[in-house]
Write a protein that binds this ligand. Structure first.
Ligand SMILES: Cc1ncc(COP(=O)(O)O)c(C=O)c1O
Length: 370
C-alpha cells in the first residue's frame, strides 16, 4: 500500500497489478479458444456464481441495467403496472421500469440506511402495484424480512437491485436470492467488477430462469426460432474469464472495505456536522457515504477536488426530480430523499486504500468544514 497525494474515488490499479498473471492467462485462454460470447467461461461462471450466492439459477447478461429490464419483462410487467422503488438510486433502477412501460412509484428512504423506508411502502400500494424493487444502496442490505413480509401480504413480486451489493448479506443470506429475481451489475467500479460491461440475474424459480435465458438471446430458446421480441444481452467470454479470476477474492475485498469504513468512522468520530454510515452486519461498503450537515456540500466537494481528492455525489438529483419525470411525478414530495441528495458525499474507498490516505482525506474534509 502506498500513500497517495492524488486520491481518486476508486483506484483499480492495485487489484489489476496483484492479479496480472491470472488475468492475462485467462484472457489468453479465451483468445486461443476463439469462443467469445456465451461460451465455456460464461457457463462455468454461472455455476460458480450460483454456488457463491446460494441460488439455483445465475444467468449472465450484458449489464445491471439489462438485468433489471429482463427481470421486469420476465415478470410480465408493462403499461398500466406500477412498481415501487427508491428515488435515491442510480437512474437505471427507474429507467428499467419505464423501459418496460410500467410506472415507477417512488417511496421515501430512511435516513440512517439510505434504503427504502419500509414503513412508507404500504401507503404507496394501489390495485395497479405489481412489484417492489428494493435497492441495496452503497452495499447496505435492505431489511429483506420486513420487505418480503409486505410483498407477501400484498401479493407483490420483488426484484432486488443488487448492482452495488455483491457479497452483501441480510441475516447471513446473500442479497439477490430472497426476492423473485436478483439483478447484479459487474460494471468495472462495482465490488465485483468486470473490465467492461456485464451483469447477472439470479432466481430460484425454474420458469423465470428459463424465460430470462430466452429473453437475453432475442427471445429464442432455439436459435432462429424466435418466440418474442427479446434482447441482445449476452455476457462475453473475456468478461466471464476476468470475473472468474476475481470471484475467489470477493470476500476478502469486502472485508477490507468494511475495515476501510470502520477506519473512516473512527477518523470522523464525534464531529458535530458529520453523520457517518452505520456499519451494520452484511454491509459491503460499495461506497463510503457521509452526510454533512449545515454545509455547502458542493463547495466541500470542490475544496477536496482542489487537493486532489476525488469525492463524488451519489446522487445529486433524486429520480423523481429528474426532468423526464417532472410531468408524470409532479407533486411527489420525498423529504428524506431530497434532504439526503443535498447532504451526501462519498469518499475514496477501495480494498487496498492506505490508512494514511484515508487520514489525509479525513483531515481535508474536517478542515474544509471549518
Ligand atoms: C443501483 C444501480 N442499479 C443499476 C445499475 C446499472 O448497472 P449497469 O451499469 O451495469 O448497467 C447500477 C450501476 O451503476 C446501479 O448502481
Amino acid at each position: 500500500m502506498s500513500v497517495q497525494t492524488q486520491i481518486p474515488i476508486l483506484d483499480l490499479k492495485p487489484q489489476v497489478e496483484a492479479l496480472w498473471p491470472e488475468l492475462t492467462a485467462a484472457l489468453e485462454k479465451v483468445l486461443k479458444s476463439t469462443s467469445f460470447i456465451l461460451g465455456p467461461e460464461e457457463q462455468l461462471l454461472e455455476k460458480e456464481l450460483a454456488a457463491k450466492l446460494g441460488v439455483k439459477h445465475a444467468i449472465g447478461c450484458n449489464s445491471g441495467t439489462d438485468a433489471l429490464y429482463i427481470a421486469l419483462r420476465a415478470l410480465n410487467l408493462g403499461p398500466g403496472d406500477e412498481v415501487i422503488t427508491s428515488s435515491f438510486t442510480f437512474f437505471a433502477t427507474a429507467e428499467a421500469i419505464s423501459h418496460v412501460g410500467a410506472t415507477p412509484v417512488f417511496v421515501d428512504i430512511q435516513a440512517d440506511s439510505m434504503n427504502l423506508d419500509l414503513s412508507k411502502i404500504e401507503a404507496a400500494i394501489t390495485p395497479r402495484t405489481k412489484a417492489i424493487i428494493p435497492v441495496h444502496l452503497f452495499g447496505r442490505p435492505v431489511d429483506l424480512d420486513g420487505l418480503m413480509a409486505i410483498a407477501k401480504k400484498h401479493g407483490l413480486k420483488v426484484v432486488e437491485d443488487c448492482a452495488q451489493s455483491f457479497g452483501a448479506t441480510w441475516n447471513g443470506t446473500q442479497t439477490g436470492v430472497t426476492g423473485e429475481i436478483g439483478c447484479f451489475s459487474f460494471f468495472p467500479t462495482k465490488n465485483l467488477g468486470a473490465y467492461g460491461d456485464a451483469g447477472l440475474m439470479t432466481t430460484n424459480d425454474d420458469v423465470l430462469a428459463d424465460t430470462m435465458r430466452m429473453l437475453r438471446v432475442h427471445g429464442s430458446r432455439r436459435r432462429y426460432y424466435n418466440e418474442c421480441v427479446g434482447y441482445n444481452s449476452r455476457l462475453d467470454e473475456m468478461q466471464a474469464a476476468i470475473l472468474r479470476v476475481k470471484l475467489p477474492h470477493i470476500d476478502r475485498w469486502n472485508e477490507a472495505r468494511r475495515a476501510v469504513a470502520q477506519r473512516y468512522n473512527e477518523l470522523f468520530q464525534g464531529h458535530a456536522r458529520i453523520i457517518t454510515p452505520e456499519t451494520v452486519s452484511g454491509h459491503v461498503f460499495h461506497q463510503f457515504t457521509l452526510r454533512v450537515l449545515d454545509t455547502d456540500r458542493d463547495a466541500l466537494q470542490a475544496r477536496l477536488a482542489e487537493q486532489g481528492i476525488g469525492a463524488m455525489i451519489y446522487y445529486p438529483v433524486p429520480c423523481h426530480k429528474l426532468k423526464l419525470y417532472e410531468e408524470s411525478h409532479k407533486g411527489v414530495v420525498l423529504p428524506v430523499t431530497e434532504r439526503l441528495a443535498r447532504e451526501v458525499i462519498s469518499l475514496p474507498i477501495w480494498p487496498e486504500i492506505a490508512p494514511e490516505s484515508q487520514a489525509l482525506v479525513a483531515k481535508a474534509v474536517v478542515e474544509a468544514l471549518g
